[in-house]
Ligand binder design. Structure first.
Ligand SMILES: Cc1cc2nc3c(=O)[nH]c(=O)nc-3n(C[C@H](O)[C@H](O)[C@H](O)COP(=O)(O)O)c2cc1C
Length: 249
């Protein structure tokens, strides 16, 4: 079974493509994350967990969801992390997560896709994004092929810098950088409530027809990128940047 988490659709695209290649079921973790619950799931075939990379690791909410879940059947776990550039030493942390949860770590396959982190980076324009997603296909298909063949993903070789990024830099980012205070909403807001409904942490309420952030946030970019009228900004960091959604390719 393929289990995925996504903020802006890259990981859903990737998970659905793998599910198609493996002819296996695909489950969105969103309803569980939203309720802060683990899942009771059964799979005879290997587990394939697909998620974005956050600060050179799998997202904390996704790792916590796996810790809280009861996964029965197969013990084999493959991880596919979509990323804007690189996953650092996420592999070591995922192998540790597997030891903790009684899963057999079969490896990590990073898949480079458009970067959605408009708080820090430039997001691609639609044409550029489409080409990047198309370019990711062979990597996803090769990962699916390995799973079908029952092979481990190739081991990645982390450098000292990778360990630093996935370790202390990751910690620092969650502690000091992932905040909701800079989110603002403009008069363009049409009170559709899409931002509130799409938040995987149930961290947005609606007051007088406007979103209000309650502090629970993992910077997944679903609210800011999913707003149909681009009424949400993140301080000055998001101004003038393309709102990213994985294109349908
Ligand atoms: C909070 C946050 C942190 C990120 N950190 C990294 C990172 O460490 N390395 C990287 O290559 N991309 C990073 N990215 C980019 C995403 O991992 C990438 O765009 C991913 O494919 C988005 O997946 P999604 O569309 O399924 O949410 C980050 C994005 C966000 C929102």
């Amino acid at each position: 079974m393929i289990v995925y988490f996504t903020g802006t659709g890259n990981s859903r695209w990737c998970a659905q493509r793998i599910a198609e290649k493996l002819d296996d079921a695909c489950t969105d973790a969103f309803p569980y994350l939203r309720e802060n619950l683990g899942a009771e799931l059964f799979s005879e075939r290997p587990w394939v967990f697909v998620a974005p990379t956050y600060a050179w690791q799998a997202p904390r909410i996704f790792a916590d969801f796996l810790r809280a879940s009861h996964l029965s059947g197969s013990r084999d776990a493959y991880f596919v992390l979509t990323c804007g550039g690189e996953t650092g030493d996420a592999e070591t942390h995922l192998a540790a997560l597997c030891r903790e949860t009684g899963l057999n770590f079969r490896g990590l396959a990073p898949v480079v896709m458009p970067d959605n982190y408009l708080v820090l980076f430039r997001t691609p324009q639609p044409d550029e994004a489409r080409a990047m997603v198309e370019a990711a296909r062979p990597k996803v298909d090769a990962a699916a092929q390995r799973i079908l063949a029952g092979e481990d993903f190739p081991t990645l070789r982390p450098t000292a810098a990778d360990r630093l990024k996935s370790g202390p830099v990751n910690e620092g980012m969650y502690r000091f950088f992932i905040k909701t205070k800079p989110f603002t909403v403009s008069d363009a807001c049409v009170s559709c409530g899409k931002c509130a409904a799409g938040c995987p942490m149930n961290g947005i309420g609606m007051k007088d027809g406007r979103p209000v952030w309650n502090g629970r946030c993992t910077h997944c970019m679903a609210c800011i990128c999913g707003c149909p009228v681009s009424a949400i900004e993140y301080g000055r960091a998001s101004r003038g940047k393309a709102r990213y959604q994985c294109p349908d390719v």
